[in-house]
Design a protein around this ligand. Sequence first.
Ligand code: SF4
Length: 460
Amino acid sequence: MSVNVSGRDRQVIINPLVTCMPMGAMWAVLGINRGIPLVQGSQGCSTFVRYHLARHFREPIEIAVSSFHESTAVFGGKKNLNISLKTIVQRQNPDLIGVVTTCSSEIIGDDVYGFVESNKEELKDLGHDNTEIIPINTPSFAGSHFVGYNKAVDALIKNLTVINENNEGDDNKINIIPGLLNPGDVNEIKHILDVMHVPYTILTDISETFNSPLNPKKQEHPYFGKGGTTVDEIRNISANKGTISITKYAKTGAETLEQTHKVPAVTDNLPPIGIKGTDDFIMTVNKLTKHDILDTLMTERGLTLDLMADVSARYLAGRKVVIFGDPTLVTGLTSFIIEIGMEPVMVTTGSEEKTFPTDIENMSKGQNIDVITEGDLKVVEDYVKDKDNGVELILGSSEARFINYDTGIPLVRFGFPVYDRVGYHSQPIVGYRGAKRVVEMITNEVLAKYYEEKHWKLQQ
Ligand code: SF4
């Protein structure tokens, strides 16, 4: 068994695998009911994120921006923020504004916390004191989109959660920090908890805000999409039984809640992708709440195992796979790929995560796996195009479509962004039902590529 860890062998990044830190923060704020992200920066910092989110989720994405120009770089962004906050509050009257900083506002040294406090006073004098305004520091040069998400959830918890001295509320309720999961995944987590009759608060819930119906009814003004976690729900999470961070890469909020309000945190599990990851998640919920694991979930588990038994040895075993994307996705998928008998020959994320190589090593069962930290798409391309590596399948985002066109090696779309296929975001890859979908997606690509129609293995 050997896991070979290496870094990118050049300074320059060619087609990064990560994106901008503010994007993760905006993702989290857009999971708040009547919440609006306000970008303290230039227009491009909001347009780029809106474009990125809109083409993945195929939904309109509402993001405000304080619109920095050259003069702001000299005089600072206080005036911009003041005008922006007043405009949003007077026109939209949201329940929450997340003030998301950017490279420029961080470099010029905007005191966003001071600006927000003075603006709150001014808005109060104008009779607007019902909007929570939360500063979120996201200097993009210091991290990636999932770091931004983590910081935003932590900022929301720090600023909104109230001390619940009497421990009022539903003490069987748990908090879930989903990380950068898709709406279909968040719905699957909710499904599992509903089946177990466990009440929950999702921090934050994008299941409807990023996947909303086209409704012919007359729209309200100001318009806010349905769904999302309410500010009141977040205020009350300190009374809940525990917090599960679906991914260790978004665990800071759970740790904060444990330190400040003594709410137990579970932060180190694998994401619930595949059988083992889902088993661990369900057992964690069971331990926290003592709610039973009901037959419905066991049936879903059994159906997935049945499919795995049908296809694993016959079509998938031993096939060599490259996986790239966020560390949450890559660790989850790698673990599951091993479960179904495939060989993850190379895995990479776009950032340097200290525990990532160890996580991969711990799940490896004798395979040689090349773990490349701080990879980029060029790393993936070079590895896939090297015939000695024998890669037969790529798991990752739409960004690798040209590697697929060049080599003919199938790309099964996972992660973010997926913009050249439809339906990915609205269906799960987590939970037992998500695991079944993952096996179906992978197997169908393998069948289409590696078996001709009359192959004997297809006839039985
Ligand atoms: S300037 Fe910084 S914050 Fe703005 S889009 Fe670029 S990386 Fe993101």
